[in-house]
Design a protein around this ligand. Structure first.
Ligand code: ADP
Ligand code: MG
Length: 244
């Protein structure tokens, strides 16, 4: 990949000492502990780690779905701590696109209407929304499947619809939580190629999580989580090498 690593000059997202706990009965689970990261514009990042290490929690914090209990997220210069829930929801709707392991398409809508949905939610009139959605479906190679509902599409096709839906609003950030976990290796490769190519073309930052070594080989920066902590970050490894 030819994406530059820009660790701190003008980051899109800064995480400062993020802590996130979940209550489980009488116990508290520390899902993230003191996580600090700088995520640059147009970066492609793979978040790795075993099941339960905090990947989804981290992606939900980065994607502004789930605010942390401690620390702060600075998104494009703005402190999330200082935002009301409505401002945060607006920021998320305007700037972030999501791709999920289980696709999360609306089953009663056609592929076209699924892709158009984030636009209509934002008040784009239906004709224009459908035009833009059709353009994106074409880019992911599904122009002829526009009228199909998700249950009549393969897993790989559903994830391509989800990628089009994530990118149709031209987000600054695309968050993809284990986007290939439910796909066979051929479809997994195709979906990953598409996600990397589409986010690169649009200039979006892409943060994906996976425990698939094949996927991790494709990303330039790799962040490894273990037990809620950043165990390794190849960007800081690279910096250390430069300093040494
Ligand atoms: P990963 O995506 O790497 O599998 P998660 O971020 O889903 O990890 O989970 C990290 C830890 O937080 C795990 O111990 C998990 O059980 C716990 N956890 C995640 N979500 C919740 C929740 N909603 N309630 C309670 N515990 C949770
Ligand atoms: Mg997960």
């Amino acid at each position: 990949m030819s994406r530059p690593i820009r660790p701190s000059l003008d980051p899109l997202i800064l995480l400062r000492d993020i802590g996130k706990r979940y209550r489980l009965g009488q116990m508290w689970i520390d899902a993230l502990k003191d996580v600090s990261l700088s995520i640059g514009r147009s970066e492609l990042i793979g978040v790795a780690g075993p099941s339960g290490s905090g990947k989804s929690t981290l992606l939900n914090v980065i994607g502004l779905i789930d605010p942390p209990q401690s620390g702060d997220v600075i998104f494009d210069g703005g402190s999330v701590r200082a935002m009301t829930d409505d401002t945060l929801a607006d920021l998320r709707n305007q700037r972030v696109g999501f791709v999920f392991q289980s696709f999360n398409l609306v089953p009663v809508l056609s592929a076209l209407d699924n892709v158009a949905l984030p636009l209509t939610v934002r008040g784009v009139r239906s004709g224009e929304a459908r035009e833009r959605a059709a353009d994106w479906l074409g880019r992911v190679g599904l122009a002829s499947f526009a009228q199909r509902r998700p249950d009549l599409l393969s897993g790989g096709q559903r994830q391509r619809v989800a990628i089009a839906r994530a990118l149709v609003t031209s987000p600054a950030l695309v968050v993809a939580d284990e986007p290939t976990a439910n796909l066979d290796s051929v479809n997994s490769d195709k979906v990953l190629d598409l996600l990397i190519e589409m986010t690169h073309e649009s200039g979006a930052t892409c943060v994906l999580s996976t425990h698939d070594e094949r996927v991790l080989r494709r990303v330039r920066r790799r962040i490894e989580l273990s037990d809620g902590k950043v165990e390794r970050d190849s960007a800081t490894d690279a910096l250390r090498v430069c300093v040494e």
